[in-house]
Design a protein around this ligand. Structure first.
Ligand code: MAN
Length: 352
């Protein structure tokens, strides 16, 4: 059985043309993968905005954060025929030069607000940009969860050192406390549980094995939300399935009567990103009670199949209202979209 998906008729909710570039020399290529939350009666999205310089024929150029430069950004510009440049024709997201990896775009996080959850207006300037040497390739894919009166922002911090997970907290969306990296590279996709379980804070995270192991979902526990241990792998990729290549958790797990419901993404060998669900024991989230055999959602619409990185639906933000799950997602790594599910329907697909 399949859960009914109601894609918002307003899709796409936001596209690059709705976003003001952060610097006059940059253009917004993609706005996608938003964190989502409620604040003072409105729904907020914390968008990932990916920018790069307008590309000139014969060159490839990408922005890097650089505190020594007057506007905070330097442009790395490489001739396309440089023998030390390696570009993968299929994947526009990155390239290699002189043996080092780079991204083609630089991402920051920016707020957008809505009274109805469907019509959003983005702020005119970035809300949060990368800071320090662990974030000089930008910050991405932020999950937002309200914990003890403060919104907790867990985001991907990208740099020459790799991809780690940073934490920022805020009580008012105006002042932000930066806690630095809570997980070092290579790790991402951190969804914090909204409440303590057996006296501890919990998270889902996704370390990546180089060689042995793979891109799997793990749990961890913490006494204070800053220091994490008791790491346990709870779900691996499944050969031959829609989630055979990599998996990673979306936003915070949702408490249901049957268990913690986590919406996660899975990619297959062809690099198609789809969404599915995990159901975890309420008392011990290391115990997986059920997992989607079939994806809940695949990239079916043309705006999900075609874009910066096509055949992709990716979520790291949702809000709930009783049984209604309003899921915000990035389509083809290019635009922000929304879809509504019934939580009961999803649980029924898990036979819960
Ligand atoms: C990775 C991340 C996501 C992105 C997907 C698909 O998981 O970079 O931000 O949406 O790949 O490109």
């Amino acid at each position: 059985m399949k859960a009914a998906i109601r894609r918002f008729p307003e899709n796409p909710l936001l596209t690059p043309s709705d976003i003001t570039p952060s610097h006059p020399g940059l253009s917004v290529e993609c706005v996608f993968n938003p964190g989502a939350f409620r604040y003072q009666g409105r729904i907020g999205l914390l968008l990932r905005v990916a920018e790069r310089p307008l590309q000139e024929a014969g060159w490839i150029s990408t922005p890097l954060l650089d505190p020594r430069s007057p506007d905070g950004v330097t442009i790395l510009r490489i001739r396309e025929d440089d023998p030390e440049l390696k570009i993968s024709g299929r994947d526009a997201r990155g390239f290699e030069h002189k043996g080092r990896g780079y991204l083609t775009t630089l991402s920051h996080l920016r707020l957008a607000w809505s009274d109805d959850g469907r019509n959003f207006k983005a702020d005119p300037a970035p809300t949060l940009i990368g800071s320090g040497t662990h974030e000089d390739f930008g910050i991405e894919d932020c999950r937002v969860e309200l914990i003890e009166g403060r919104h907790h922002l867990t985001y991907t911090a990208v740099s020459t050192f790799g991809v780690g997970c940073g934490l920022i907290t805020t009580a008012d969306w105006k002042t932000f406390e930066r806690h630095g990296l809570i997980l070092p590279p290579h790790n991402k996709d951190v969804g914090l549980f909204p409440e303590k379980i057996a006296g501890a804070r919990w998270m889902l995270h996704r370390p990546s094995g180089l060689g042995l192991g793979g891109h799997y979902i793990w749990t961890a526990r913490s006494p204070d939300g800053l220091h994490w241990g008791a790491h346990t792998c709870i779900a691996t990729t499944r050969p031959g399935h829609w989630d055979s290549e990599r998996i990673g958790a979306g936003a915070a797990p949702i408490r249901t009567k049957c268990g913690w419901l986590s919406i996660y993404h899975g990619a297959d060998q062809a690099g198609r990103y789809s969404l599915g669900a995990l159901l975890l024991d309420l008392e011990n989230p290391c115990r997986v009670l059920a997992r989607s055999d079939e994806p809940l959602m695949t990239a079916d619409e043309s705006y999900e199949r075609n874009g910066f990185y096509g055949n992709t639906v990716f979520t790291n933000g949702h809000v709930t209202e009783g049984d209604r799950l309003l899921l915000y997602y990035g389509a083809a790594d290019s635009i922000v979209c929304g879809a509504e599910f019934s939580i009961e329907d999803i649980l029924a697909t898990l036979n819960a």
